[in-house]
Every structure is written in structure tokens, then in C-alpha cells.
Write a protein that binds this ligand. Structure first.
Ligand SMILES: [Zn+2]
Ligand SMILES: [Zn+2]
Length: 829
């Protein structure tokens, strides 16, 4: 017997192993197995296929290795899931192994290099051992190891200890060496921490003395200290690590001041710990007995269903009725919410939002720990109770046992498309496919559906449900402030953003106990610093972007690679040019933080809450925001467009948009659609709110279309524009992302790739010339894009096969092409 085994590596296909006779009975598709890859590295992979007939085997010209050990008693993964992964790998042009890494918690698939630390105290109180485990544990305790890699663990205790490794990690007796700290650097980036001998303030002072004359090294060290996260005593956390590619070649490393750390686990889900257990369901029987008077709106199974809601209340009421009806049938529901990874993804918000009482809910988001993800997977596979699973994008990959309905709320939200890292999959589209192959209904809901969905509804591909007559809704009252005039007559100073009229309006609203929502265009304080003399801005060493100024830490941070540095005293450009009259660095632009500041200054007694990526990313900030939202005490909410995902805001009487010009100038073909959709959604959510826009073009068409309040006409216009300019949904696109260290080489290779693809006249209507994206260098890698417009008359199978063939052929033939890394972004919108 032979088995195909899928490993969590960026491999396009599975690897073939032979199955020893003794394991034939146990071998099943979906079980985890222990295998060797290379000489000695041990991996855990998943059996995806078994062959008993030699003639059906793929031909290989080397001797196959055999499976070492079967880890699971029951398959961890179903055949359906494997088929789904295969489809995603095919459709999104990504290695199957990458899908596995995303779908299964990395904790379940240790690699040879996975290192764990042994907690002896926990080990001594471990009770649940059987005789064989006891033997292993004894050996482990005697070995005297503190930390051990998976390969060494297996070498020490034998193959049969693989399930024990799993078990001990679940009990936290073996703990991952790198804890999932909030401040941990992005995946795959090398990071540095102070080596232990210098990790105290005293030793550090010594080091600075030592480096007295080594100015450059001292500077790097200061930069490093400046980049460290701040601990509770407002001091830099000397034990933390910082991702800094810029330190790579520095001599200071040779003095052993820095210790290189490499991330062992490609932990795609690296996020802070958030305890959100699967709720046991003691009340399950009780809730089945309850009689739900649910009006039935039959969902179709053959087609995806779109519920086009009039407002949020309507949208979530419809979702709730469908959830309850499905649970009452004893089936499970998967519900994706874009707010899932924000503080509002919490049970405290979701239950009231869907008016659920004691229905069992499980949560699966980026904030769920690896351990909880694994527990949830096992629960879903092994039990059959009805359950609502509320999740973020990542919940696309849950086991499908007992699933009766899949819902994607706010289907237009860009959140559903993963951008970085690969695989760049779209959760909504992937789940449409999955629901169809599971033969269960798929429901998406929106107040402002995406153009793609509207288009598909018009074509009859999607089934449209509108149960409420679209009641006539009054258009919002919009006031305009001519920002250019305000600046010209100097009523509005350069370092301020809130015009007088807006100030007055805020005062008026606050005195009437109303609340204000202010939409900022960007997060952070000032988007960048620039020199008053030479006009240069301070840019990232590793990326082609300006560094964002963060006021609280007095630091400049790269939004792409995380490079962090202290704010220099003088302009480095002037300094470098030996200019004696150096310019000073001025803060340019307004981020949410700076606007918050200005408001706080003008309204010292108002409680202002900022809602942007920063306020929702880190655990502590998220908890804090959650409390404020629940208390409903805020007077003014300042937020980026992210704020539209927050459904709990109430009593908003003023919506202010001080940076309208910046919002409409964002270079993306979807920008018009997204802004219109955002404004329409907000105007539906807060029908009694007055609007105040600060802008320079008082006749901007977007303002007119909000005031006219006829969404269908706007969608018609937007769709017509897309058709004229050959954009989706009228055309399908694949973007190839090319990355390379050398600019010239990358450029040359990009031309070779695009030239070869352009020969393929049947598959592509157009192959665009390699294009330098807006951010053209990240983490020391230059970037180019090639956009392919697909011929929809040709099968997607054929198109993808041609792309793979051409790319792999070129990589084989040309050294230049081999040096470039290729990624695909299918449907890049
Ligand atoms: Zn300068
Ligand atoms: Zn950078």
C-alpha cells in the first residue's frame, strides 16, 4: 500500500510514501502521520490518498520512504476538506501545502524544527498517563532536557511517542518556545533581541560605555532600544525582540550584542491569546423545545442567496431568523462576520446583535489560540450537536460535519479577501464553492452589496431575496465646508483640520446629548515627517514608503515591515549633504491620532474614543475598546473606515468627514464603489444624523449621489464604468506579484515572464506590461506586478495549467527567472 502525504510546506503536491504492512489497517485518508523528509527531519503530515494497486501509482525513479507512525486514531480531516483544499490550491494558484498551513492549526502539524520547552512542574503533576506513556515520560524526565525539538523528541522516545507530543502540548506540559506575544514580529521576518548578558539596564549602560567611540554602532543600538515595546513601567522591554532587517550586516552583531532569532514555526495565525472557549451546551435540549415563530424565506440550494437588507437591523434580524431555524433543525451554522476580529466579534456583542439567548455559540477568529482552534476542530469532528460557529475569514476552513447553512454577513466587506500573506483567497467566494459541494444553502447579506454580487444577481446566477418592501428612506442632510476657502482666508491654520463651522456643530450636538462620528482617512498621528528646508520626507530603509509618525512613543514606524526608529533631531538628508542650516522636521498630514488630539484640545470635557487598526489589533487595546463600547459612554468616535464594521454605536447625531478629498483620491478602481457604499451604509444606520463634509470640490459627484438617494442608479453608473474600462465583474483578472532583491534583474525577469505569457493568445485577452506598484519595495524586496485579463471563453483549468507550465518552464531555463519569487493574486479585488 502507498500513501500520498501532504506536509505544511510550500509544496505544490503531496509526497508519496510506502505504507508498511503493519500500518495498512490503520491507514486512513485524513489521519496525521509521522514521516521523514530528507535525511533526518521529522514531519507530521496528512494522508490525502491511499493506493493499494501499484499500477495506479505515479511513476517515481527513487525508492520511496515509508510512513513511520500513524498519529491519529480517527481522521483529523475529512475527505470533503481535502477536496476543498485542492479546489482552493487550483483556483488561487497556490501550493497545496500552503492551504494546509492555513486550514489546520500549526500546532497539530509539528515540524522537525518545532521547539518546545518542558514544564517540569506540570509534568510531575500529570495524571492521565497509560503504562506506555509513563515509560516515555520517565525517560523524558530523566533526560534532563529543558527544551527539545520535535525531531529529537521522536529520536529520544521513538515514533510511537508522536501522539504524546500532541497530548503534552495540549496540557501545556510542552510549551511552544516562542510564545505568541502581542509584540511578536511578522511571520518570516528575522528578528533580534538583546542577548541575555545585556538584557538589563546596568549591562546595557556598560555596553554603551564600551561603544563609546563606535558612533555608528551606538546609533544602531539606540535605534534598537527605541524600537523595543514599552513595558508596564513605561520602560523598554529589554527581553523583547524586534524585526530589523537593517541590522543584518552590522558589525555590532559580531560583538554578540544581538542574538539572532529565527522563527521556527510559520505561524500564520500568530495572534495574542484570547480565551474564547467552545461553549458546552447544557441548554441545548431546552432551546430545541422553544418555539420559534420564524417566517420562512426559503433559501435556494442550487444558487447562492443574497439578502439585500434595508439597514443593519433588517440584515441581522434576517440572519438571526435563519440561524435559529437551522439550529432548531439540529444543524450547524457557520456565520462569517467582518467584525469578528475586532472587539465586537465578542460574545457580549454577537448575542444581542442576533438576539440569541442560550443557543450554543463557538468563536473562531484570528484571536483564537492555536490550542482552542485544535480543540474546536476535534469537537466539531467528534460531536454532532447543533452549534452556531461565528468566525472571521479563517473559519472558512472549519470541518463541515453537521453543517446546514453558511452565512456571510456584509458580503461587500474587503476584509473577506486575504491580501498578505499568500494564499490570497476570498472567503465569500470560497464558501460559495464549498456550500455547493456540500449541497447546503449559502446566504450572503448586505445593505450595500458589492458590484460583483449585484451583477451576478442581475444575471440570475444568485438568488435575490428582499422580503421588506424598500421603504422610502429620506436622504441625509449634508452640509459642505469649502476647505480651500477656509485655508485661503486663514480661518483654518495649516496644523489644524477641524474648520470653525464643524467645531460649532460638534458643540451643538454634544450639548444636546448627541454623539459624533468622525471619519478619518488614515490611522496614526501624522502620516509622515518632512524637512522644512529640503522638503524630503523620512523613508523606510527596507521599503519604498515614508515612515509613519507615532506620537506616544516618539517613533517612526514602517507600516509594511515594522522597521522602527526614533525621530531624528535633524533632517538626515540635510545632515548628509553637509548643509549647515539644517531644516527642522515638520509633521505632515492628519491621522486619526492627530485628529483625536485636536478634538480633545477643543473639547476637553468630551470623552473621545479612537477606533482604528491600532485600537483593535493588540489584545490590551482591544479589551479596553470593548469596555468603552459596552459602557456606551463615549461622546465622539474618531475612526478610520474600519468604523463601519462597528454595529454597536448609537445615538450618532453628526457624521463628520474632514478629509473628504483624501478619501476620494485613493488610487483603486473600487474606491468610488467602496466610498459610496460606506456613506450609504452609515446614512442608513444613522438616519437622523446630520452630515458635515470638508472638501475642495463642492460639486463632487459622490456628494450628489448620496443626496439623490437612488442607489440603483448609482450602481448602474458604476457598473457601466467598469464595463467600459474592462474591469471586474466584466473581466476576470489574475495579478502576478514578482519579488526580487535586485532591481534590474527583477525588471528584466518581469519582462521575460510577461513576454512569454503574452504569447498565450488563447488564454489571455491581455497581458499588461510589468508595472511598478504604488509601494514598490517592501522588506528589501523590489516588487513588480503583471496583470492578466483572462479570456472567460476558455476553461479556468486550461488557463491555470498554462500559467503553471509557462512559469515553471521559464524557471527551469533562465537563471534570471529563478531568482524571482512569484505569487499569484487571483481576482485581485
Ligand atoms: Zn532637509
Ligand atoms: Zn519598511
Amino acid at each position: 500500500m502507498w500513501a500520498k502525504v501532504l506536509l505544511p510546506l510550500a509544496l505544490r503536491d503531496e509526497l508519496l510514501y510506502s505504507v508498511p504492512q503493519s500500518m495498512e489497517g490503520e491507514s486512513k485518508v485524513g489521519k496525521r502521520v509521522l514521516v521523514n523528509m530528507g535525511k533526518r527531519t521529522t514531519y507530521v503530515g496528512i494522508i490525502t490518498e491511499l493506493f493499494s494497486d501499484e499500477s495506479s501509482l505515479p511513476i517515481v525513479d527513487f525508492e520511496l520512504k515509508s510512513l513511520l507512525f500513524i498519529v491519529d486514531k480517527d481522521p483529523l480531516v475529512s475527505q470533503e476538506e481535502i477536496e476543498f483544499w485542492r479546489f482552493l490550491a487550483f483556483y488561487y494558484l497556490v501550493p497545496l501545502g500552503d492551504i494546509l498551513s492555513l486550514a489546520i492549526p500549526s500546532r497539530a502539524l509539528p515540524r522537525g524544527t518545532t521547539r518546545v520547552v518542558l514544564d517540569r512542574e506540570a509534568l510531575s503533576s500529570y495524571q492521565l498517563a497509560n503504562p506506555q506513556e509513563e515509560k516515555h515520560l520517565e525517560k523524558l524526565a530523566q533526560s534532563g532536557v529543558e527544551s527539545i525539538s520535535f525531531t529529537d523528541f521522536i529520536a529520544l522516545l521513538g515514533r510511537s511517542a508522536a501522539p504524546l507530543f500532541d497530548k503534552l502540548r495540549l496540557q501545556d506540559i510542552l510549551q511552544d518556545e516562542e510564545t505568541t506575544e502581542v509584540s511578536s514580529p511578522p511571520v518570516g521576518v528575522e528578528s533580534y533581541s538583546l542577548s541575555s548578558q545585556y538584557a538589563s539596564q546596568e549591562a546595557l549602560n556598560q555596553l554603551f560605555l564600551l561603544l563609546k567611540r563606535a558612533t555608528a554602532q551606538k546609533q544602531i543600538l539606540s535605534q534598537f532600544i527605541g524600537a523595543l515595546p514599552i513595558d508596564e513601567e513605561e520602560k523598554p522591554d529589554l527581553k523583547a525582540s524586534v524585526p530589523l532587517a537593517v541590522f543584518c550586516k552590522n558589525e555590532i552583531l559580531q560583538r554578540n550584542a544581538f542574538q539572532r532569532l529565527k522563527h521556527k514555526i510559520p505561524d500564520l495565525f500568530r495572534c495574542s491569546y484570547k480565551p474564547q472557549r467552545v461553549l458546552a451546551s447544557p441548554s441545548l435540549k431546552e432551546h430545541k423545545k422553544r418555539d420559534y415563530a420564524i417566517p420562512s424565506y426559503p433559501l435556494e440550494k442550487q444558487k447562492p442567496n443574497l439578502y439585500w437588507a434595508t439597514d443593519d437591523l433588517d440584515q441581522y434580524a434576517f440572519i438571526a431568523s435563519q440561524v435559529k431555524a437551522t439550529l432548531a433543525q439540529g444543524k450547524r451554522v457557520l456565520l462569517l462576520l467582518p467584525q469578528s476580529s475586532s472587539p465586537e466579534g465578542d460574545e457580549a456583542f454577537v448575542r444581542p446583535l442576533l438576539s440569541l439567548d442560550n443557543e450554543p455559540i463557538a468563536f473562531l477568529t484570528g484571536n483564537t489560540s492555536q490550542k482552542e482552534k485544535l480543540e474546536l476542530r476535534k469537537t466539531l469532528r467528534e460531536t454532532s450537536e447543533a452549534l452556531l460557529i461565528v468566525g472571521s475569514r479563517i473559519a472558512t476552513f472549519i470541518p463541515s460535519e453537521g453543517l446546514g447553512l453558511i452565512i456571510v454577513a456584509e458580503e461587500q466587506d474587503v476584509y473577506y479577501k486575504q491580501q498578505e500573506p499568500s494564499p490570497r483567497f476570498h472567503a465569500r467566494d470560497s464558501l460559495i464553492y464549498r456550500a455547493q459541494s456540500l449541497n447546503i444553502p449559502f446566504l450572503m447579506t448586505a445593505v450595500t452589496p458589492s458590484l460583483e454580487t449585484i451583477y451576478n444577481t442581475r444575471l440570475g446566477k444568485y438568488h435575490l431575496i428582499c422580503h421588506k418592501e424598500q421603504e422610502p428612506i429620506l436622504p441625509p442632510k449634508i452640509n459642505l465646508i469649502d476647505i480651500r476657502r477656509e485655508r485661503e482666508i486663514h480661518r483654518l491654520k495649516r496644523d489644524k483640520i477641524i474648520a470653525q463651522a464643524l467645531q460649532q456643530k460638534v458643540t451643538e450636538v454634544l450639548s444636546n446629548k448627541g454623539k459624533v462620528l468622525l471619519l478619518a482617512a488614515r490611522k496614526g498621528y501624522a502620516p509622515f515627517l518632512s524637512c522644512s528646508k529640503c522638503g524630503e520626507s523620512i523613508r523606510c530603509h527596507n521599503c519604498d514608503v515614508t515612515l509613519t509618525y507615532h506620537r506616544y512613543r516618539e517613533q517612526l514606524v514602517c507600516p509594511y515591515c515594522g522597521y522602527t526608529t526614533l525621530v531624528p533631531k535633524q533632517c538626515p538628508h540635510c545632515l548628509q549633504n553637509g548643509d549647515p542650516e539644517e531644516g527642522t522636521l515638520k509633521k505632515r498630514g492628519f491621522g486619526s491620532e492627530r485628529i483625536e488630539d485636536e478634538l480633545q484640545h477643543s473639547f476637553p470635557h468630551a470623552k473621545i474614543v479612537r477606533i482604528d487598526a491600532e485600537a483593535t489589533e493588540k489584545k490590551r487595546a482591544r479589551e479596553h475598546l470593548k469596555e468603552i463600547l459596552l459602557s456606551k459612554e463615549a461622546d465622539i468616535y474618531v475612526g478610520t473606515t474600519l468604523i463601519s464594521r462597528f454595529t454597536s454605536l448609537q445615538n450618532i447625531k453628526l457624521i463628520a468627514v474632514p478629509q473628504f478629498d483624501l478619501l476620494v483620491s485613493y488610487p483603486d478602481f473600487r474606491n468610488d464603489e467602496q466610498l459610496y457604499s460606506l456613506f450609504l451604509r452609515l446614512s442608513r444606520r444613522f438616519p437622523y444624523a446630520e452630515w458635515m463634509l470638508q472638501l475642495s470640490d463642492l460639486k463632487h459627484p459622490l456628494v450628489a449621489s448620496i443626496e439623490q438617494n437612488v442607489p440603483h442608479e448609482v450602481y448602474d453608473t458604476l457598473l457601466a464604468e467598469r464595463e467600459i474600462f474592462h474591469f471586474p465583474p466584466y473581466q476576470r483578472l489574475i495579478r502576478i506579484i514578482l519579488k526580487g532583491r535586485d532591481r534590474q534583474e527583477l525588471e528584466a525577469a518581469s519582462l521575460i515572464f510577461s513576454g512569454a505569457l503574452a504569447q498565450e493568445k488563447q488564454a489571455f485577452l491581455e497581458v499588461e506590461k510589468p508595472f511598478e506598484p504604488f509601494v514598490s519595495r517592501v522588506n528589501l524586496l523590489y516588487i513588480r506586478h503583471i496583470t492578466l485579463r483572462l479570456n472567460t471563453q476558455v476553461s479556468s483549468q486550461y488557463i491555470r495549467q498554462r500559467i503553471w507550465d509557462i512559469v515553471s518552464q521559464l524557471k527551469k531555463e533562465s537563471l534570471l527567472c529563478r531568482k524571482v519569487n512569484l505569487f499569484f493574486d487571483v481576482d485581485p479585488y
